[in-house]
Every structure is written in C-alpha cells, then in structure tokens.
Design a protein around this ligand. Structure first.
Ligand code: KIV
Length: 278
C-alpha cells in the first residue's frame, strides 16, 4: 500500500509516514495535519497535498451515510471505506476508527482491528479510557498500533446528552489529564483530543511524549484534524461546531484547500482563538 513514489510537490517530507516517526515529529516540533477521508479519490488528492495522517472516522455514519450519530456504523462499513482510502495513499499514515462497541472487549477489538489493518489501515483509533485501557494494552501487545480519543467522544453521545465541550471545570480537566497519561501508558501512539478547552489540551500536550491531535482543542496540540466535509465548507446537515473552518473558500480547489489546511496547521495559524474554546 505504501509503495508508490512520493509526491515531489508536497512541502512535507516525502517519506511514507510510520508509527515511530510520529514521536520523532513531536520531538522535532513538527505539527501534523490530519483529515478524515472515505474514498480513494479524495485520498489521492490529500496524500499529494501533503496531509500526514488520514482518518477513516466513524463520522462516515453522519457525513456519508446520513445518520444522526456515529452509532450505526459497523466494522464492515469501516473496513470497506478503509480499503477504498488505502488504494489512494502512498505517503500518509492511515488510521481507522473502531466503530461503536466493536471495542467493548479486548477480544472483539482484536477481531475488528485485524479486519481494519487487513483492509489497509496502519493504526486503529478508539474512544475513551477506563476499561478501554485494557483494550489498548491488548491490541498493542498484539502488534496493533492504537490512537486514543478523549474529550468529546461521539460514541458517548447518549450518556453525554449531546455534543458538548468536555473538561470545563477543574475536576473534569484533572480527569482528562489523568486519562490522557493512562492512554499513553497503555501503549497508544497518538491521541485525538476533541472539544477540550485550549489550556487543558495544552497541559496534556506538554505532559505526553506521544503527539496530540486536536479538533476543537486549541492551537497548542501537536497536530489538528478536521472532518473532510467541514474543511470544504459542505453542509453535512448537522450543527456547525465553532472549530470548523472552510478552507475551500480561500484554497480555490479541493487540493488547494487541503494544502492550505496543512500549511495553516504547520504554521500554527489554525486553529486561532475564534475556532477554539477558551
Ligand atoms: O470520526 C471522526 O471523524 C473522528 C474525528 C472527528 C476525530 O473521530
């Protein structure tokens, strides 16, 4: 999958991304640009535009399948889209989401993660800490790289009562900091922080050796991710969160928008205060 020649026009290093290279990027202070993607056509464009990490998110349930939440997405759905995206990539590292309850036990997670890696993913992402720490350890011990996901975890939407900023008060912020360290200690290689106040995400980022990838988590994360439809200013039929920015408006084309997003992330220009939570 990662055998095609690198794209010479991309401003980022042309070597294919590997899991160990993520920690090196953090050590070197090189910010990471990540987009979600669900098919080979967009994958090819994003790869050539220098996007470092591609996520087949379970957001596909909302922006591709038209559901009201991510809960209906299955392992088969994610594996199908992962295989499509993998065919379009030569350089970016491909991360695939473990769908709702496919990670409820270590054994179920191993089956689901194996299917996603066999479809072409280089890493799987799962939401939460608590009992998920055993799942992370179980997968990592079996050679499956894991990305954690804390803060607003969309698979918890029923318990949370909506898509809300997390870690606002001191007790919740302390819990998030403890969970982030526990996710790293369990063996995760990357951590997505979603809808977390800027100072809380900054403290977590400073505390960890693995890169943090923010979405609505302020500019001090080690990288940023956006859902592809949000980055292109498409109306996905859902409420538009504060952190969303339309890069197509200034980028002129899909390739230009992806390159503008990547550059803004690398320069530390995105997100600004207007697209973050204080
Ligand atoms: O499913 C998804 O697209 C995600 C991102 C929002 C991080 O998890």
């Amino acid at each position: 999958m990662y055998t095609s020649p690198p794209n010479p026009s991309a401003s980022a290093p042309a070597k294919p991304w590997t899991v160990p290279a993520l920690r090196e990027a953090k050590r070197d202070g090189r910010r990471l640009a990540m987009l979600t993607c669900y098919d080979a056509g967009f994958a090819r464009v994003f790869d050539a535009a220098g996007i470092d990490l591609i996520l087949v998110g379970d957001s596909l349930g909302m922006v591709v399948q038209g559901h009201a939440s991510t809960l209906p997405v299955t392992v088969a759905d994610t594996a199908y889209h992962t295989a499509c995206v993998a065919r379009g990539l030569s350089r970016a590292l491909l991360v695939a989401d473990l769908p709702f309850q496919s990670d409820a036990t270590p054994e179920r997670a191993l089956d689901a993660a194996t299917a996603l890696l066999q479809a072409g993913a280089g890493m799987v992402k799962l939401e939460g800490a608590g009992h998920k720490l055993d799942v992370i350890r179980f997968l990592v011990e079996r050679e499956i790289p894991v990305c954690g996901h804390l803060g607003l975890t969309p698979q918890s939407v029923l318990r949370l009562g909506g898509y809300k900023v997390q870690g606002r008060d001191e007790a919740a912020a302390a819990r998030l900091r403890d969970d982030a360290r526990a996710v790293q200690d369990a063996g995760a290689s990357l951590l997505v922080l979603e809808c977390v106040p800027t100072p809380v995400a900054a403290a977590i980022t400073a505390d960890l050796d693995i890169p943090t990838i923010g979405i609505g988590a302020g500019p001090q994360c080690d990288g940023q991710v956006l859902v592809l439809h949000d980055m292109l200013g498409l109306d996905s039929g859902h409420r538009r969160p504060r952190f969303v920015k339309d890069f197509l408006a200034g980028g002129g084309s899909v390739a230009g928008a992806a390159a503008a997003f990547a550059q803004a992330v690398r320069d530390g220009r995105f997100p600004d205060a207007e697209h973050s939570y204080a």
